[in-house]
Design a protein around this ligand. Structure first.
Ligand SMILES: [Zn+2]
Length: 299
């Protein structure tokens, strides 16, 4: 039997390499004639790749299968941060990235928080909610700021960044319209999710978001909080509670068992993994809309 790879294997290998390049440390190998850009977590890396297409090599500091809040950076990540022309990050969202920018890229870090319109402060004392990207309009504001920053550091390609930004922003607004239409008429507007990623999303689309964990998936609730949430699900006759691909389903399962609700998956697109509801932010958002329309009984 020949050891030559079949065309299928070659295609599969190329596809696997593309996935790794999109979300893994191998993306730090810069292509010729591109500038190196680092991003603190997946939605920022995705935006940088859309806006910089052909002109940037994006290194996502996020790890497949690890939620964005809890990443630790490797020595190789620190080298990447020190060499990147821009490090897109969100101050106070990922402590490890804040520290790396302060130590290695204090003049090249670009904090997206000011352009994200972060208006929500967690009542539990966890600080400002940073999950702007699930609101496509907030994400569009961040994309425009990122496009302007890329044009500033690489003026030779400014027109390409402007055109790519405009196209990406148009697609984000199309996602916004799809959610506005798709969630216009639902039997329930109560969204119970794994962690507090959905607050801006809920504001945009007139839903009420309650999270089982806190702003970070690690912030697990105490028994009293879980009891309050159980009563909330019962009182509001909530029939579906949503788990996340990167979060342990144990608490969601407990809540479902206590209340008779069923569990569906909603993906906050914070990081990619084999369990993600899609391979890109935009695909995940489309699948989230389907999951929401089913879970909230939308017409
Ligand atoms: Zn989060």
């Amino acid at each position: 039997m020949s050891h030559l790879r079949s065309p299928f294997h070659v295609v599969a290998l190329l596809a696997a390499t593309a996935v790794l390049a999109a979300c893994g440390p191998t993306a730090s190998v810069a292509r010729p004639h591109t500038i190196g850009v680092a991003a603190g977590f997946y939605p920022l890396a995705y935006a940088a790749a859309q806006i910089g297409a052909g002109h940037v090599t994006v290194h996502d500091l996020g790890r497949p299968g690890v939620d964005a809040h809890d990443i630790d950076l490797t020595p190789q990540d620190m080298v990447t941060v020190s060499q990147a022309r821009v490090v897109f990050y969100e101050k106070a969202f990922q402590p490890a990235v804040d520290a790396a920018v302060a130590a290695q890229a204090s003049t090249r870090g670009f904090d997206v928080a000011p352009s994200a319109d972060l208006t929500l402060v967690d009542a539990g004392g966890e600080g400002v909610n940073g999950h702007f990207w699930l609101d496509p309009v907030r994400f569009a504001g961040v994309a425009e700021a990122m496009g302007a920053e890329l044009a500033r550091v690489d003026p030779a390609n400014a027109s390409a960044y402007a055109a790519n930004t405009a196209r990406f922003v148009d697609r984000l607004h199309a996602i916004d319209r799809a959610f506005t239409t798709g969630l216009a008429s639902c039997a329930s507007r109560d969204l119970v999710t794994g962690h507090g990623a959905w607050s801006y999303f809920a504001m945009r689309f007139h839903l009420t978001a309650r999270a089982i964990a806190g702003l970070s998936p690690e912030a697990e609730p105490d028994a009293q909080t879980l009891g309050t949430l159980t009563a909330y699900v019962r009182d509001h006759h909530i029939r579906t509670v949503f788990a996340e691909p990167l979060t342990s389903p144990a608490l969601t399962d407990t809540l479902a068992q206590e209340t008779g609700a069923r569990v569906a998956t909603l993906d906050p697109a914070e990081g990619l993994s084999a369990a993600s509801l899609g391979t890109t932010y935009e695909e995940i958002m489309r699948n989230d809309l389907d999951a929401l329309r089913a879970g909230l009984s939308c017409r």
